[in-house]
Design a protein around this ligand. Sequence first.
Ligand code: AGP
Length: 607
Amino acid sequence: MCGIIGYIGDKPALPILIDGLKKLEYRGYDSAGVAVHNGKQININKAKGRLTVLEERIKHSQLNGTLGIGHTRWATHGEPSDINSHPHTNQLGDIAVVHNGIIENYMRLKSWLQREGYEFTSDTDTEVVAHIINYYYNGDLVEAVRNTLDRIEGSYALAVIAKNHPECMVVARKDSPLVIGLGEGENFIASDIPALLRYTRKVYFLEDKEIALICKDGVNIINQYGEEVKKEVFEVTWDVEAAEKGGYQHFMLKEIHEEPKALRDTLTSRIREGRIELSDIGITREQLEKVGKILIVACGTAYHAGIVGKYVIEKLVRIPVDAEIASEFRYRDPIINENNIVIIISQSGETADTLAAMRLCKEKGAKVIAITNVVGSTLAREADHVLYTWAGPEIAVASTKAYITQLLCLYLMALDFADKMGRISQEEYRQMIEEMQKLPELAQKVLDNKQIIQKCADETFNANSIFYIGRGLDYAVAVEGSLKLKEISYIHSEAYAAGELKHGTIALIEDGTPVVALATQKNLFEKTLSNIKEVKARGAFVIAVAVEGHAEIEMEVNRVIYIPPTHNMLAPILMVIPLQLYAYYVAVAKGCDVDKPRNLAKSVTVE
Ligand code: AGP
């Protein structure tokens, strides 16, 4: 997704812009550009491709100045090209704009501007913004931006600089994130905190429809009616190291290795003296008794965490749960009322479809609980209550540590609800907490056993298609394992409920087809073993994931990856780790760009 950076102060802006854009690369992009004000005029350079292309071009250009804005673009309107890259300007080139989001009514605005005599150079929706600001500009840049925002529909994080204003920039947001970093005699803007950490830990989060005038010595924020807005400074506690690669070849590998810590941090935040502390979520027994249904809504990996959540909540709490894909849910006129609890899951807290689903549920009166990893994200701010996953910044596009902490939050919630409803004994509750507290250590054991996973990857990375099978919770995790593999290795993959294979998909199994079979669920072990035999008989190369102590599986498969014993219901947290590592090693063996897979963005802030 697009990334925005901006600087005003006494230092040369360009290196700060480029450094910030590098920190935002994880969001995914296909082109990049910068605009720097040299005190007299605005100079722009932009290029299709990676930031290195832009850096190469900049070497031969004059981009001096202490005020600038930069952008990484993920194309929505108009193909990735130099022309369509941001910044965009008005005709004279004295107003420059970078934008993240989509201007939904841009066609109408473009026709109107063309009738007014404005000429367009790009195919983007963003270019209308520069022209409309020009249309309204009469010496007051903030007012021109405010009038422009009145005319545009859609989502935006915007940063604007103008030739006549060498000492300030104007920014605004609606439905796309924008953070203002506060320095001494300098200020910054960015789409996300990691881009600012090197310079400041003090930030303001801009809210929807707010506009900020940012100068080197101050920040003035107004709302859409022009009224002044006072904000609390937010102190960021992440350390800079946490946002860097720290010795690993890829962010994804580093983030998988951070899973024990992520689990520990998430547990510590919510377990006090052997009891789950969710009082801030404010769900009472009376409310739970009235709840007809719990909904879990999310996209991608977060949705897959929701599928596990469905199994676990239904099993423990005995309330029906639907896990829903946000982009489907929001458009199908779902049946929701004030008696529903809706759990919205999103690592970034900025996924457009997920946010839209959350708003829909709130409109219908349901109680919305967010599970998110990003403090201050739109989801965190707008949901009724938040359970943070303490995974730390996740930079790799493929979500790993966020997923297992999302699972942990769902377990905590399920156990807390079951306790409130009197659906489990105090003994079971205590045992489950004890098992949960062992998870960080057990996760470390899985990581320590990674050679066998690497071996499996080396043996199968040339496959055209890899299948994942499992039953119950094993199936719920198979779906995530399969997604992980396809997104980073580009190998076709499908996950199937093992019992469903014989209804069609088994026709695809031929000699040597790799099948990853998950067989961790005690009650379903024998059944899964039968399905393994079915695919093995058709020539599949079977890699099983099983719990230590089930050595009988070795007779039926080609390779076994063992996970340490844990409570049956908690097994997803441990069994997903080998699947993440397997996908990683396959992608590395294939020479893929693991952290930035093609066509994908870390944070999907457009529909
Ligand atoms: C995960 O590996 C994917 N890149 C993707 O499915 C992701 O989980 C999805 O886009 C949702 O993102 P969110 O958790 O930030 O809302």
